[in-house]
Structure formats: C-alpha cells, structure tokens
Ligand binder design. Structure first.
Ligand code: SAH
Length: 439
C-alpha cells in the first residue's frame, strides 16, 4: 500500500508530516511522490493566512474526481484546518475525505488503516500499531534521517497574539518531556542527522510553564553532548522570553549556531499594543543590541505583518525605518489576513486595502533585498564552515552557521559533512563557493 503526503505551512507541520510518515513506514506502507500511484493521500494543512487555507481547499477539491474514479482510495486531512478541537463542518463539506486528524496526531490514520486492512490484518500487525502510537515520535535507531531534522520541543501556544489562529488550532502550550527529547535527538543523530532545529511557537518558553528550572539553555547544553551532532538551532523565539542566560548559552555552546529567529511583527508601538505582542519598538531594538553584543557575528531573523488593522502610513514607516536601521539577516514578510475566531478578526476592521498591503509588502521586500545583498557581499572571498544537506540539482547545498544557503559544484559526496568553503559569489538569497578542505 502506498501513501502520498502534501504538506503546507510551518516547520511544525513538516515535523508532523515526518512523524506520520515514520508511523506509516513502520507498519509497512511505502511513500510515493506520485499522487496517482497512492492508495492513501494525506493533506497536511495550514490556516495561518487565508492564502494557505485556500491552497488546502483547492487541493482538497482537486482530489474529488480522483476519489470518484478510485473509490478505494483513502483521503486524509490533517493539521490546522482541523485543529485540536475538531471541525465537524468539514466532514459535511468534504464527504470524499475518509480520515480527519488534528495537528501532530497520527492515530486516526493508523486506526483507519487498521479497519481498512482488517481482512488480512493479524494480531501482530495490530500490536505494532499500538506500539507505534505508544512511542510518541515513532523514531527508531536504524532509520535514515535528513542532515537537518526538525525536533518539536514545545507544542501549542498560549500567548494569544490578536491576529493569530495557532493557539486555537494547536491547543495550549505544552513543553515536551526533556528525556523524550534527548532520546529522540539521539535517534535522529544515530540515523544520520547532523543538525537539529528545535521547534516551538514560542520556543524560548521551553519548560517555563512547568515546575523546576530545566529550560532551553539546559536543554541546549544537554543536546550538545551528543557526539555526532554538529549543529543546533531553535525557533521561533518571542522577544519577551529571550533571557540573557539563553543568549549566553548560544554564545558559549559551540554547537549552538549564532542564529536567532525573533519576530518584531510591527515597528509602531500602538500597532504592537493592538497586536498584543507585549513589547515596544525600543525594547525590541534593545534586545537586538543585547544579542549582537553577546553573540559576535550573529544572524537575526524576524517576522513582519503589514496592513494590520489601523496601520497608517506613518505607523508602517516605523516598521520600514526599524528594518532599515537594524539590518536584520532575514525578514519573513506577511500581509495581514483576518482569521476567524481571532481577536483582531472579531473586533478590528480589516481597513488597509489589499493593494496598499501589497505596496507595503513590496517596499519591505525591496528594502530587505538590498540589506541582505549587502550583508552577504561581506562573505565574498571569506572562508566559512558549511554543513552540506543534499544535492537537489547539480550542485551541493549547505548552510553557514548563520543559516545562509551555500551552493558548491563538485562531484564529491558531501552528504552530512561540515567543510570550509571559500565564497566566490554572493547574492541576496544565496552564496556560491568552492571547497577548501581535502575530502
Ligand atoms: N509562533 C511563531 C510563528 C507564528 S506563524 C511566532 O510567534 O513568531 C508565523 C508568522 O505568520 C507569524 O510570525 C506572523 O508574522 C505571521 N502571521 C500569523 N498570523 C497572521 C495573520 N493573521 N495574518 C498575516 N500573518 C500572520
């Protein structure tokens, strides 16, 4: 039996899809990249913005004829379109979907397969399904993993930013058990992973909702002890929880990369207040200064929403000027999209016209292109350690400690190796170089 997974959205969704994939592999299914070959098609959905939701619904509609042509085909829907509380309206609207699963939950798929395969399913098979479900992430030592793997450490979110649908879809914040995380990290590394990206909606809150003092700095220190692990990253941080202790852990622990993702979202204090972010522009700027002072050569990424309700031209220019001044390494840009059930969708008018949102988006895009182009130009002729992840086309692809993409043309096998690369060309989105070391 073959399955196909289509994944939309954030790294957490990518991690959920890998987890489901491992669960399906372990009960004997095999993956296919061709939808037409699949007996089970899974859409892992995102609803953070209307555009993502529209893509998921479009995909879903496109599967209807396939299901009519192949009645035995199983179609499964998971992720934030459904949410942790379920979404009964979807079951009515899409009767050709067989399986509905909440984010991070492979169980409905395994149960449905159990039913479907009942005629030839043995006791042993059923026991195996139970085992897979007992084992939170279904990782096994002998499995092959990617060079860089995502590892969720905080599930859900309890912050309730005014615009954000995630807390309602992924449930309340829950830090995972450190022992489990360490165990999974070891399995991932034993299977070939060399970099782990720790994930959470507010990852710097890891452990803070629990009693005790085991927080992100301790976890980073413990994970650093895994011998074959070379690099650690974590995202996304919230400015209010970026403690000096955490910043120092990044500075001191050699395996933790100098790379912080900490969104500002908007530059204007009134907009930040309406967004319920809990900090001001000047507090954010102080944080950036603190991070840069303590972690030399650090790369800082941010997220921005343009066109939040009430964002005037003057307010927008505060965002623009802040980005122009701070010269951050990455800015993930989004146009405000009212999401059902959120505070801003219920109480604030979506009053910035679509064209104006687009204009502001483009203005920031142009600014960042120039900023990052200039930052990257400083890499020219420098030698940087690059961890190689794969060879998507004819060039090897890897990343610098600051998370910049580097391409190298070579016939050598660089998989999972960290090598010094001399940078020969730079652009705003990637660098080209040649290997310095002898392989
Ligand atoms: N919890 C993380 C990531 C949230 S989703 C964080 O706090 O950073 C990723 C990004 O999508 C957010 O940072 C925000 O910039 C954007 N986003 C979230 N809700 C949005 C909405 N309703 N409209 C537009 N962008 C949104």
């Amino acid at each position: 039996m073959r399955y196909h997974i289509w994944t939309e959205g954030c790294q957490m969704n990518v991690a959920d899809s890998s987890r489901l994939s491992r669960a399906l592999d372990s009960i004997g299914l095999s993956v296919t990249s061709d939808v037409n070959q699949a007996d089970l098609i899974i859409l892992n959905t995102c609803v953070v913005r209307q555009s993502a939701e529209d893509r998921a619904l479009g995909r879903l509609n496109s599967l209807k004829p396939l299901k009519l042509a192949k009645p035995n085909l199983m179609i499964g829907l998971m992720g934030c379109l459904i949410g942790v509380h379920g979404n009964p309206a979807l079951e009515k609207r899409f009767p050709w979907v067989d399986i509905f699963a909440a984010p991070s939950d492979p169980e409905p798929f395994l149960r449905a397969l159990e039913d479907r395969l009942q005629h030839d399913s043995s006791e042993a098979w059923r026991k195996q399904v139970d085992e897979v479900l007992d084992d939170e992430f279904g990782l096994r030592l002998e499995e092959a993993h990617a060079v860089s793997e995502n590892l969720p450490i905080v599930l859900g979110c309890s912050h309730a930013c005014a615009y954000c649908v995630i807390p309602g879809k992924r449930g309340k914040e829950q830090s995972r058990n450190p022992k489990k995380i360490l165990q999974e990290a070891k399995s991932l590394v034993a299977g070939g992973a060399r970099e782990l990206v720790l994930l959470g909606q507010i990852v710097d809150r890891f452990g803070l909702e629990l009693e005790g003092s085991y927080h992100l700095p301790q976890l980073l220190a413990d994970l650093s002890e895994i011998p074959d692990l070379r690099r650690l990253r974590f995202l996304t941080s919230h400015p209010n929880w970026m403690s000096d202790e955490l910043i120092d852990a990044v500075a001191v622990l050699p395996k933790v990369m100098p790379h912080i993702e900490v969104p500002i979202q908007a530059g204007d204090d009134e907009i930040l207040r309406m967004m319920r972010r809990g900090y001001t522009n000047s507090q954010y700027r102080d944080l950036v200064a603190r991070i840069r002072e303590r972690i030399p050569g650090v790369s800082i990424g941010t997220d921005i929403i343009v066109g939040f309700p009430g964002e005037s031209e003057v307010a927008f220019m505060k965002t623009y000027d802040t980005l122009a001044e701070l010269k951050l390494d990455v800015a993930h840009l989004a146009r405000y999209s009212p999401r059902p059930g959120t505070y801003s969708a219920r109480f604030l008018a979506d009053d910035v016209p679509a064209e104006e949102k687009m204009r502001r988006f483009r203005a920031l895009e142009d600014l960042q292109k120039e900023v990052v182009g200039n930052l990257n130009a400083a890499y020219l002729d420098q030698s940087v350690p690059v961890l190689f992840e794969g060879k998507p086309k004819n060039r090897w692809r890897g990343r610098t400690p600051t998370n910049r993409l580097v391409f190298v043309e070579t016939d050598q096998d660089l998989w999972g190796q960290e090598l010094d690369v001399r940078i020969r060309w730079t652009g705003p989105w990637s660098l080209l170089g040649e290997i310095q070391d002898q392989v």
